[in-house]
Design a protein around this ligand. Structure first.
Ligand SMILES: [Zn+2]
Length: 434
């Protein structure tokens, strides 16, 4: 354990610590962020009335849309000269959620990521190859700071460039790989197809910490047998802090949430009622220590369960299941969040297309494939092939630029997408992630 005091704290003491920290966090949000002050006042709740965890049910939720409405810095609780880092989710202006970090927030983030690496058996003796993207996305720098904090050697290679990834794993003696699980499978595919001389066994790679997209036990087995490493699930979301919200330990039967920094509840996504331990529902996060961007009862839309039973690893922290789905229509494609509404808005801007489309997501091999079928109007459809080709190129480029994922665009004739009760089925997800 990286931090035995907090990771194996007696439950009673941990709950007392949470109450004390929640008092601070709720007060901090109320005092410094107009959005929270208005929402709390409207709900008839004042942070001074908070005395026990049971009082949390009186605190209003924070929705993703409210974060967007406050783009870019409306939810910041400290002056900008205290903010030393900005990260953001993908999306166009108004769609993206922007988060800021104070010096102390970066410290907390490094701490929880160091714990995550330790959970997967890492220490100062390891060399961690960070193949998550660096930039506004929280993955790369999150893992990077955590690996430095634990004293490991960091290889900040960022995503892509598989040939170079393989070379560094071999030449540098990388022991831990951090990337999306689908990229890990992609690397295994690449080796089998193109590098029959590459022997995983002759490298020092022994573990991987994989996150930023949902994955299955079957994918774990595949990674573990094909690469010959231990694969651990890590979880995080930029709204809460980035990677390091929770992670699997050696028991690999759930992800420990770092409860001294994040308070979690499971709610019924329809009614908002808090559900008992072991029920499937939407996980809701409240930050306990964040200064720049406190999140108070943030509705993640991720569906999971939580368990308070003890764990063989000795951690007393609550465990959450692997995320099994979403309570909204968001798609996660190659680690990028995509909402059908974003695609629809884009098509509306392009002349010649109809607002009828279908998004087909598939996973052929390791990586997600996205195909967007777009109906075009009669006039365009009767035009020559060149015009149609230009249109599909234009749509593809706009999608790539705005969403950050490349999609195959297929133009189809008017009224060819099946409609039921006048509505087309917008998303066909053929990935079998259960
Ligand atoms: Zn454990």
């Amino acid at each position: 354990m990286f931090n035995k005091e907090f990771e194996s704290m007696p439950i009673k003491k941990l709950r007392e610590l949470q109450v004390e920290r929640l008092k601070w966090s709720l007060g901090h949000a109320y005092k410094n962020v107009a959005h929270y002050r208005q929402a709390f006042d409207k709900a008839g709740f004042h942070p001074d009335q908070f005395n026990s965890l049971d009082d949390m049910k009186r605190v209003p939720f924070l929705m993703k849309q409210e974060m967007r409405n406050n783009y870019p810095f409306g939810l910041f609780a400290v002056p900008m000269d205290k903010v030393i880092r900005i990260h953001s989710s993908s999306g166009t202006t108004g769609n993206a959620t922007v988060v800021g970090y104070t010096k102390n927030d970066i410290e907390v983030w490094a701490e929880v990521m160091a714990r995550t690496i330790a959970c997967a058996g890492g220490s100062e003796k390891d060399m961690v190859q960070v193949a998550y993207g660096y930039g506004l996305f929280t993955g790369g720098l999150g893992v990077h700071y955590g690996a430095e904090k634990i004293g490991a050697t960091v290889v900040p290679i960022s995503g892509g460039n598989t040939e170079r990834q393989l070379m560094l794993i071999k030449d540098f003696g990388t022991t831990m790989l951090a990337c999306t699980p689908s990229y890990a499978i992609n690397v295994a595919d690449y080796v089998e197809k193109n590098r029959p001389d590459y022997k995983w066994k002759s490298t020092k790679l022994r573990a991987g910490i994989f996150g930023a997209e949902p994955w299955t036990e079957q994918m774990r087995k595949e990674i573990e047998t094909r690469i010959g490493i231990d694969a651990f699930d890590i979880y995080g979301l930029s709204e809460v802090i980035g990677p390091g919200v929770s992670c699997e330990c050696s028991a690999k039967n759930g992800l420990h949430v770092f409860e001294d920094h994040f308070f979690v509840e499971i709610i019924d996504p329809q009614t908002g009622e808090i559900l008992p331990e072991g029920s499937a529902g939407e996980i809701v996060y409240t930050s306990l220590t964040k200064e720049a961007c406190p999140v108070i009862r943030y509705r993640s839309r991720d569906i999971t369960k939580i368990y308070y039973d003890s764990c063989s690893c000795g951690r007393t922290l609550v465990k959450m299941d692997k995320v099994s789905g979403r309570s909204d229509d968001m798609l996660i494609i190659r680690g990028v969040n995509v909402f059908p509404s974003q695609i629809e808005a884009l098509l509306m801007e392009i002349e010649g297309t109809e607002p009828h489309y279908q998004i087909i997501v598939d996973r052929k091999g390791a990586l997600d494939d996205i195909e967007i079928m777009v109906e075009v109007n009669e006039k365009i459809f009767s035009d020559e092939v060149k015009v149609l080709n230009n249109l599909s190129t234009k749509i593809r480029q706009r999608m790539q630029g705005v969403l950050g994922v490349s999609a195959k665009i297929t133009l189809v004739e008017p009224r060819s997408i099946a409609r039921s009760e006048g509505k087309a089925q917008r998303v066909v997800d053929r990935r079998n992630l259960k």
